[in-house]
Design a protein around this ligand. Structure first.
Ligand SMILES: NC(=O)c1ccc[n+]([C@@H]2O[C@H](COP(=O)([O-])OP(=O)(O)OC[C@H]3O[C@@H](n4cnc5c(N)ncnc54)[C@H](OP(=O)(O)O)[C@@H]3O)[C@@H](O)[C@H]2O)c1
Length: 298
């Protein structure tokens, strides 16, 4: 079952994902009845991507809509849901949907109390506020959770966007989201830092220079898992690891802790996965222990 074509959509929170959701529902032919946007940034975002759609307060959005999408920060979902329920803006049969990965159905408890249909539908994607966000949303996998009797609503909601639903047990959502953040958000920090370090080595167009190896590494990691690992830690090239730390101490000392922690993490993974002889990997780990505690770092 897909979302009924005459469903009236309202969006509370016109941030990055709120704007992408607004665009996708409009593009799919659904009636977007109103959105809420408080700050100038959010209002400008609304004017750019959905001109002519009324910008109202959350209660008014919820009153006009029968599918209310809460794209506010995770920590605000519960309070916003409580607020619109207390104002009498949610009626039995309304869909109340949040798009958070971490949160489950408990944050929509007040909506459930008035016989609305609470859904957690998380697009497993990153929305950084670019023009591509709506396209990314429309082809995204979704981690979804609902009450058993509401499963068809959750699937219908995701299908209306064009996404691919995958069921996540309510009690596993935090772990599911931690796993995603560990990979996706840390990847951004790693790549951005790697670009900075490359610039310290005198390479100006560092992003373009790094792109091929980063893309190949990501693809290999997805296909091969730990077996994709290459580099000095796996090989046991202790001299190279120590050389890196010396160079970082001169150019980017703030990176040493992160480099050492990650190298240790990598060596332990290589050990567990038997990617090299244990004595070689133990030597790397012993060197890293020494580097981390020594005054000179080598
Ligand atoms: N961005 C992503 O990559 C991504 C991916 C998957 C899921 N999500 C989920 O999507 C949700 C929104 O994330 P986001 O990244 O789009 O956040 P965001 O860009 O920071 O936008 C949050 C929006 O919520 C509004 N807001 C904050 N508190 C509010 C309140 N109490 N009442 C009404 N509006 C309020 C803000 O409005 P004002 O600016 O007007 O104050 C802002 O427009 C979160 O649950 C997040 O987990 C995000």
């Amino acid at each position: 079952m897909t979302l009924a074509r005459d469903t009236k959509i309202g969006i509370i929170g016109l941030g990055r994902l709120g704007a992408a959701s607004a665009e996708v529902f409009q593009r799919s032919g659904y009636e977007l009845v109103a959105v809420s946007a408080r700050s100038d940034v959010s209002r400008r975002r609304a004017e750019k991507c959905i001109p002519n759609i009324p910008i109202l307060c959350p209660q008014e959005v919820a009153e006009r809509a029968d599918c209310i999408i809460l794209t506010v920060p995770d920590d605000a979902i519960s309070a916003v849901s409580d607020e619109i329920v207390a104002a009498g803006a949610i009626v039995a049969g309304d869909l109340v949907v949040h798009l958070s990965g971490r949160c489950g159905l408990d944050v929509l408890g007040s909506a459930r109390m008035v016989s609305a249909i609470p859904l957690a539908c998380h697009p497993a994607m990153t929305f950084a506020g670019t023009d591509e966000d709506a396209n990314l949303l429309a082809s995204s996998p979704f981690g979804i959770t609902s009450l058993p009797e509401h499963k068809h609503y959750a699937e219908g909601f995701v299908q209306a966007i064009g996404g691919n639903p995958v069921w996540i047990p309510d009690e596993k959502r935090t772990m599911y989201h931690a796993a995603m953040v560990f990979g996706a958000n840390n990847l951004i920090s790693l790549v951005a830092t790697s670009i900075q370090a490359m610039k310290a080595a005198g390479i100006d167009d560092a992003g373009r220079f790094l792109a091929p190896i980063l893309r190949a590494s990501l693809e290999n990691a997805i296909v091969l898992g730990p077996k994709a690992l290459t580099g000095p830690v796996r090989r046991g090239d202790v001299g190279t690891v120590v050389g890196h730390i010396k160079a970082l101490r001169e150019e980017m000392p703030g990176l040493i802790t992160g480099y050492v922690d990650f190298a240790r993490f990598t060596a332990e993974m290589a050990l567990n996965e038997e990617l090299n002889a244990p004595e070689i990997l133990h030597k790397v780990l012993a060197t890293l222990r020494h580097v981390n505690t020594s005054e000179q770092g080598d």
